[in-house]
Design a protein around this ligand. Structure first.
Ligand code: ZN
Length: 468
């Protein structure tokens, strides 16, 4: 692409690439929605707005009244699709060449040789990066079975167990993850005769992540601190392991609402990343995302959005579009649109996030919960009642799978579904969900007034059905 076209495809205010939604000024110049929003804001009470490109003045309007430049938006979609295709081609070629290499090594060294084992491990690593978790586990299992039946490569057993543990953590299967990590630790202790080893720190780190995901933050912090102490003794401050641990600890501070500590640590991670250009890219994406989370929690939406986008830009170059990290970015950006009252944009981004999560993580992953919940809320706001109901049903089905039939949070979800059906005058469906809510409430020994309220609703539905 020539420099000229590159300049032309950038928003004239932010100098960032154009992105959805775009807004067309009467003079024919296009701005990103967010840029026009800040332009209108800084224009104060002035009834006339000057185009930042040609200075032509036009009457200031509410932002939604400026039409979108759909031709340009089509070009944006097309170019991101092209990028994604190129990324997928590149990864396919990488996998094919590794598989070819494995075949060749099998012929020259034998199927159970250490060369083939190493190559299979390489293949597993590529699948892990692509979030093809089941294929990665399959390859790692092959490595484990080959190594344990021979005396070859016993040194890689522990790291492979650790890698499988990492994948189960990403798949949201925490029990299985812990089993593999504990097995890895046992082997490592035998091997090194001490815990003072970087590989041990890596296992500690994932154990901490699992505790964190299950909201045991103090325990998580203890594991992280142990990991960090080992890393600092054995590695440079700019090593990705150290930076990762900074990021992870900062995340605990964030959920504990210790925002100043969190920001300080994220910035320290960023400084280390910048000192280690090239190898620490995914770490810096995580730091930006973390900083954005803090800003979002402090209602500083413009800075939050800025950092979310920075983070996503880096993740896109590493992983391409179809990756859980990108799904998280979409989810986060959607929540900023929601705070800004831009419900349609929020919906678009939550849908994108959900689509990727379902594709990469399957339908039973805990990370789906927050996206279903937010999406259902947005559908309610935009008046798409049936979509809201369907999304909430998907959410309760997931909660049942993850937390069991008697989980207390289910009754709230059931009641929300029942109420939505009641508004729609679908009393049969409303009745079904009030009854489900009632049985959960009875199980939890909810106070009588709660039970009575649900019973009252059940009676109302029955009456409505009888008079029909
Ligand atoms: Zn203009």
């Amino acid at each position: 692409m020539s420099n000229l076209t590159e300049v032309e495809t950038k928003d004239p205010i932010s100098l960032e690439p154009f992105e959805r939604p775009t807004r067309l000024l009467p003079c024919g110049h296009t701005l990103n929605h967010t840029s026009l929003a800040s332009l209108i804001l800084s224009n104060g009470d002035d009834p006339m707005l000057a185009c930042p490109v040609c200075r032509k003045r036009s009457t200031t309007k509410p932002i939604e009244e400026y039409p979108r430049n759909y031709v340009l938006e089509q070009q944006i979609d097309c170019s991101s699709q092209n990028k994604q295709n190129a990324h997928e081609q590149k990864m396919k070629a990488k996998i094919q060449s590794t598989k070819d290499n494995k075949k060749q090594l099998s012929k020259t060294h034998g199927e159970n040789s250490i060369q083939v084992v190493q190559c299979t491990r390489q293949l597993a690593n590529i699948y892990t990066d692509m979030a093809e978790y089941d294929k990665a586990i399959q390859c790692y299992q092959e490595v484990i079975s080959k190594v344990t039946t021979s005396n070859l490569g016993s040194a890689i057993v522990a790291p492979v167990y650790c890698a499988v543990g990492n994948i189960y953590e990403r798949k949201g299967q925490y029990k299985k993850a812990l089993q593999y990590l504990n097995d890895a630790l046992k082997i490592q202790l035998k091997q090194y005769k001490s815990t003072d080893h970087v590989a041990v720190a890596a296992a500690y780190n994932t154990i901490a992540i699992i505790h964190c995901k299950q909201e045991r933050h103090t325990v998580a912090l203890q594991w992280y601190t142990k990991a960090l102490n080992i890393c600092k003794k054995n590695l440079e401050d700019t090593h990705p392991h150290v930076i990762n641990t900074y990021n992870n600890i900062a995340t605990v501070y964030y959920v504990q609402k210790k925002y100043t500590e969190a920001i300080t640590l994220y910035n320290r991670a960023i400084a280390c990343c910048e000192a280690n250009k090239g190898t620490a890219n995914s770490c810096i994406a995580a730091s930006y995302n973390g900083i954005a989370n803090v800003y979002a929690a402090q209602q500083n939406v413009s800075d939050a959005l800025h950092y979310y986008k920075l983070s996503m830009k880096i993740s896109l170059t590493i992983h391409g579009e179809n990756h859980p990290d990108i799904a998280n970015s979409y989810h986060n950006i959607a929540s900023i649109h929601l705070i800004n009252g831009n419900n349609n944009m929020a919906k678009e981004y939550y849908c994108k996030a959900l689509h990727i999560k379902l594709d990469r993580l399957g339908s039973n992953h805990p990370d789906l919960t927050c996206t279903y919940e937010s999406l259902a809320d947005v559908y309610e706001k935009t008046g798409e009642k049936m979509r809201a109901i369907k999304t909430r049903i998907a959410l309760t089905d997931l909660k049942k799978t993850l937390l069991g039939n008697k989980n207390p949070t289910l009754s709230t979800s059931y009641i929300k579904i029942a109420e939505a059906y009641k508004v729609e005058e679908d009393y049969n469906s409303a009745l079904k969900y009030y009854n489900l809510a009632y049985s959960v409430q009875v199980n939890q020994n909810k106070p009588l007034h709660c039970l009575n309220k649900t019973l009252e609703n059940i009676n109302t539905c029955n009456k409505k059905l009888n008079t029909k």
